[in-house]
Design a protein around this ligand. Structure first.
Ligand SMILES: Nc1nc2c(c(=O)[nH]1)N[C@H]1C(S)=C(S)[C@@H](COP(=O)(O)OP(=O)(O)OC[C@H]3O[C@@H](n4cnc5c(N)ncnc54)[C@H](O)[C@@H]3O)O[C@H]1N2
Ligand SMILES: O=P(O)(O)OP(=O)(O)O
Length: 166
């Protein structure tokens, strides 16, 4: 038996500069690397901080590609163009507040700026959508908090009937 899981994963980078080719996307590849062992990253994209475009991609990846997990990075803060949480809230059926709370709680131990990320986590159908902040450091620190619980979360989301109490 191998520890490698077979979840399908998409990584969506939200960055105006990245989409214009003015900044190399470090956070997307870093998150892809962190997903080794969880499954296969079968889609990546870099698009600007535009709510309608983000909504379109999230719906496509959840409804058409039926990805198990979509990680977004960037656009969670307070700048006028930070709209990733709004786009995510527009498409999810149910929120998973504990995952977002856990990321902020742990991140506050590293920097008070952690309270500025408005990222949310929610489900659209059988796809879990996770908002992570944009900088490579912040993306890494936040995703590391979720990783130990992700396999169980994705299994439950797909209807795994086994008893979690054991
Ligand atoms: N655990 C942590 N959590 C948070 C941190 C942290 O250091 N550790 N930082 C906090 C800060 S500060 C902010 S503000 C919030 C919200 O961040 P955003 O999601 O709004 O981030 P952006 O504005 O999109 O990006 C910020 C900054 O990061 C660089 N950047 C962004 N995208 C990329 C990319 N794809 N590749 C390379 N570098 C990138 C760039 O300098 C941007 O200006 O999160 C807190 N949480
Ligand atoms: O260009 P972006 O959207 O990556 O973000 P920032 O303006 O915060 O550098």
């Amino acid at each position: 038996m191998t520890d490698k899981q077979n979840f399908t994963i998409g990584i969506l980078t939200l960055s105006d500069k990245g989409a214009r080719g003015e900044r190399v996307d470090e956070s997307g590849p870093l998150l892809a690397e962190m997903c080794t062992g969880l499954g296969e990253v079968i889609r990546t994209a870099i698009i600007p901080d535009e709510q309608e475009r983000i909504v379109e991609v999230l719906i496509d990846w959840a409804d058409n590609l039926r990805l198990d997990l979509v990680l977004t990075t960037g656009g969670t803060g307070l700048s006028p163009r930070d709209v990733t949480p709004e786009a995510t809230l527009q498409v999810v059926d149910r929120l998973v507040p504990g995952m977002a709370e856990a990321m902020r709680l742990e991140s506050l131990k590293k920097t008070p700026h952690a309270m500025l990320s408005r990222g949310v986590v929610g489900m659209r159908g059988e796809t879990l959508i996770v908002n992570l902040p944009g900088s490579p450091k912040a993306a890494r620190e936040n995703f590391a908090v979720l990783l130990p619980a992700l396999s169980h979360a994705l299994g439950k989301l797909k209807g795994d009937p086994t008893d979690c109490g054991r």
